[in-house]
Design a protein around this ligand. Sequence first.
Ligand code: HEM
Length: 451
Amino acid sequence: MPKLLAPPPPDSTLSPIAGNAGLPIIGLGLDYIRDPMGLLESRWERYGPVSWLSMAGKRWVTVMGPDGCQTVLQNKDRAFANGDGWSVLIGPFFHRGLMLLDGDEHLAHRRILQQAFTRERLSRYTEALHPAVEGALDGWHPRAGFAAYPALKELTLDLATSIFMGGAEGSSHQEMVEVNKAFIDCVQAATSVVRFPLPGTRWKRGIDGRARLEKFFRRYLPARRAGTGDDLFTTLCHIESEDGERFSDDDVINHMIFLLMAAHDTSTITLSTMMQYLGQYPEWQERCRRQSAALGTSTPSYDQLDELTDLDLVMKECMRLVPPVPVVSRRAVKDTEVLGRYIPRGSYVSVVVHFTHHMAEYWPDPEKFDPERFAPERREDKIHRYAWEPFGGGVHKCLGMHFAGAEIKTVMHHLLQRFDWQVDRGYRAPLNYTSLPYPSDGQPVDLRHRL
Ligand code: HEM
């Protein structure tokens, strides 16, 4: 029997939200991790676009489909808060990152941070990306069954240390491996069943990871405050809003830790998904390679990357099929409603991007890899403003989306020129949804140097 979350006030025309809790404590967490689409589809059929369930120790109102997602993300009556919504999942690890701030404070920090993502700065980051990508790819040893995911993860961390940090002078390889592990621990702690620092739990590893990251960044802070480099860390130390507001030392560290997290896993899974599908669809790999070669340079500028339109289609389709952030979190700070369903103050709300991206109503043959659906003559994403929403929407829409596009295209440009690769057409990535999705088999591809 479905249970109702809370009755609407007596004079209200709103309906209550139906749902079910699942198992004690863990709720439906394991069902989601095992088969997110299976769980979501069954709930859509049973309850429609707004329902409730238990997960990660809390009751969540789950909102599916572009109409409901739009209402929550646009947040017109300011009923949904980010800080409280995300804190319950990742607060101890990413507190005071931009995504966890709200209201005027969020706006003030976002205004300063925007200065780090102007077109001019993105052009300079892109210039710096090329040698860093080339250096990282020099360490790749192609073979059949090459594990693309861990190699890409290491590569994006290398990029983060050079482009974001301006290098990590004085840090050993072993230390960087530990920093990488600290990120993973912080991200994976999000869905820990135990939500206090009990030794041996994901939560405890996340807390330890945060402490390690803070120590790491604090060590480099004085040098970046005094420096004049083009990296993001130095930029955050110097940028100011139009009113002359600047970041404190703590702000810089909090934003750096969040930005590295925001940039790292999201770009890695996008690249890894692209390698999978380009390996499975050699005609697309060749199309992208031809366009890339037609640029006539191994180090295209930020503006030139716009000419890689085929790669752009593939990137969009891969982010549709595997959205790097499948669920976005909020908390209702007052009584409100979504699609006529009553949401009482204090409710946790999850916006399920992943489901929208696979709805047959909006995406014909939704499981098919079909990058042309984003081509100008089709533009299936135009059917609804929130049909394709990998970067979210509203005031918290991803601040790094243009950086992400530049990084992903730069890496792919170098990969296409250096290597070709194949993946069996029947392969299905065993994606682990414990936190952000990743292929638990390391995403094997048959990788070869191009002759
Ligand atoms: C494929 C890559 C990426 C995807 C899919 C992605 C996705 C998202 C999503 C869905 C949000 C909104 C979260 C919410 O509404 O609560 C977000 C926020 C954010 N992202 Fe990204 N992201 C990507 C890459 C990046 C990169 C590379 C950076 C930084 C260089 C970045 C920085 C941020 C920041 C700062 C926010 C918070 C914005 C705010 O709250 O005002 N992201 N991202």
